[in-house]
Design a binder for this molecule. Structure first.
Ligand SMILES: *Cc1c(COP(=O)(O)O)cnc(C)c1O
Length: 454
């Protein structure tokens, strides 16, 4: 019989609960603080922006949270997702390592983001809200939320970073096809945007600015709430369906991972894949190395500072303790748009600080080299973001080729790159620029942070 290289779980085996890693950690994560008092904020402080169900998930001490049936119904449009062994990639690398990828690109929008967009839209609709505002960079999150809002009859208003809005029309068109309204950010629709445009009419925007604009509008409209596609605990929680499925799928193939590697922007797909395995590791059932990979141009873990900072540019959010490059960070125009946020999930930051995972930074030429090799072997063109994880997996598999180690490597292929082909064009025509964010810039940005001596 031919060797099995792919598992599709039956629908009945889709997870019916999300996994909350917090109760299993040796220490609880530090709480968010109010910027004026520097005291921990209560759940009520978030009530103008989020429905209570999500706020309770954000601070939950329960290990498992049931996935409501209407959410499971929508998840079934694409879940469970396949786990595939990259057999031809292994052959091309001449490695004894076995490389598996969990493919989230089969969702309607082509990434893992609807795993949280759908529950966020559901809980908002259930609480009587009629509109959700949000920000988006390259448009993956905006497209996922626009789709999810349609599922539950909500209006969706999106602020998209100006540079992406101008250069990448396709995801804006997806959002509009799903019925969303999309503004380039900074925009004239908000006080924050108008101020910035006055000072600099062709401000290219940043995620931090777009978050400020979306929050400003939601905070002023009692019918509207705000939604974030990464970073927060409840977002990471929703993404754990990825890892729960992968755990079952690997077991079905008789495999135990030695290395789990994923890309981190705000940390949600990586947390989603790795937390269920971290649970097993903390319980002594397996001992995989858990490694995240970030762009050298936006190196929150590897060059950032672990301190309290704002989540947005204007300072509307509570102070959260995280690895940060400073909320004034303006990213270089690298192609992995989803990995350009100045901060990192506070929960992942805490786990990194506890020494339970490791981090690595990669320049984009190495990432696209791995992404192109992967496409030529496995047929799927990866989104620029997961090429960071692939570059690390490829390097590890090459090391195994030298040492003869039969490591089992698991990665999340968190999205396809069919709407990112201009990035591949830059790579294929030799126009890709590598850039490493300088440590001095991080130091300078710390002067503007309340908790870091600024
Ligand atoms: C948004 C996005 C990311 C980055 O977000 P995380 O929260 O770190 O997962 C990575 N990959 C893809 C395909 C994305 O759409």
């Amino acid at each position: 019989m031919a060797e099995r290289i792919k598992t599709f779980l039956p629908e009945e085996q889709m997870p019916t609960q999300w996994y909350n890693v917090i109760p299993d950690l040796p220490a609880p994560p530090p709480p968010p603080l109010h910027p004026a008092t520097m005291e921990p904020i209560g759940p009520d402080a978030l009530a103008p922006l989020f429905p209570m169900a999500l706020i309770l998930q954000e601070v939950s001490g329960d290990s498992y949270i049931d996935i409501p049936d209407p959410i499971q119904q929508v998840y079934r449009l694409w879940r469970p997702t396949p786990l595939i062994r990259a057999r031809r990639l292994e052959e091309a690398l001449g490695t004894p390592a076995r490389i598996y990828f969990k493919y989230e690109g089969v969702s309607p929008v082509g990434s893992h983001k609807p795993n949280t967009a759908v529950p966020q839209a559901f809980y908002n609709a259930e609480s009587g809200i009629t509109k959700i505002t949000t920000e988006t960079g390259a448009g993956q999150w905006g497209a996922a939320l626009a789709f999810a809002c349609q599922m539950f009859g909500l209006e969706c208003e999106v602020w998209q970073v100006r540079a992406s809005y101008d250069q990448k029309p396709y995801r804006r068109l997806m959002m509009e096809t799903y019925g969303a309204t999309v503004h380039p950010s900074p925009s004239t629709a908000t006080e924050t945007g108008r101020k910035l445009l006055e000072a600099e009419p062709d401000n290219p925007g940043s995620l931090g600015i777009a978050i400020s604009e979306a929050i400003e509008v939601a905070a002023q409209d009692p019918q509207a709430h705000y939604s974030l596609g990464s970073v927060l605990n409840h977002v990471l929680l929703h993404q754990t369906v990825i890892g729960e499925e992968a755990l079952v799928q690997l077991a079905e193939l008789g495999e135990t991972p030695d290395l789990i590697v994923g890309c981190t922007g705000g940390g949600s797909n990586f947390a989603g894949l790795s937390f269920p395995f971290l649970r097993e590791k903390l319980a002594g059932n397996m001992a995989p190395v858990i490694r995240c990979v970030e762009p050298a141009a936006c190196p929150s873990f590897t060059k950032g500072v672990y301190t309290y900072d704002f989540g947005d540019m204007a300072g509307f959010t509570p102070l959260i303790k995280m690895y940060t490059l400073g909320h004034s960070f303006v990213p270089a125009p690298i192609h992995a748009g989803g990995l350009r946020y100045h901060g990192m999930s506070p929960l992942l930051s805490h786990i990194y600080d506890l020494g339970l995972m490791e981090a690595e930074a990669k320049v984009q030429s190495e990432c696209f080299e791995a992404g192109t090799l992967f496409a030529r072997c496995e047929g799927i063109i990866p989104a620029p973001e997961p090429t960071h994880a692939l570059a690390s997996a490829v390097a590890e598999a090459r090391r195994c080729a030298e040492t003869g180690e039969e490591k089992v490597i698991l990665t999340a292929l968190c999205g396809h790159g069919l709407l990112d082909l201009t990035a591949y064009d830059s790579y294929l025509t030799g126009q890709l620029q590598d850039y490493s964010y300088p440590a001095e810039a991080v130091e300078a940005a710390m002067a503007g942070i309340p908790g870091a001596g600024g």
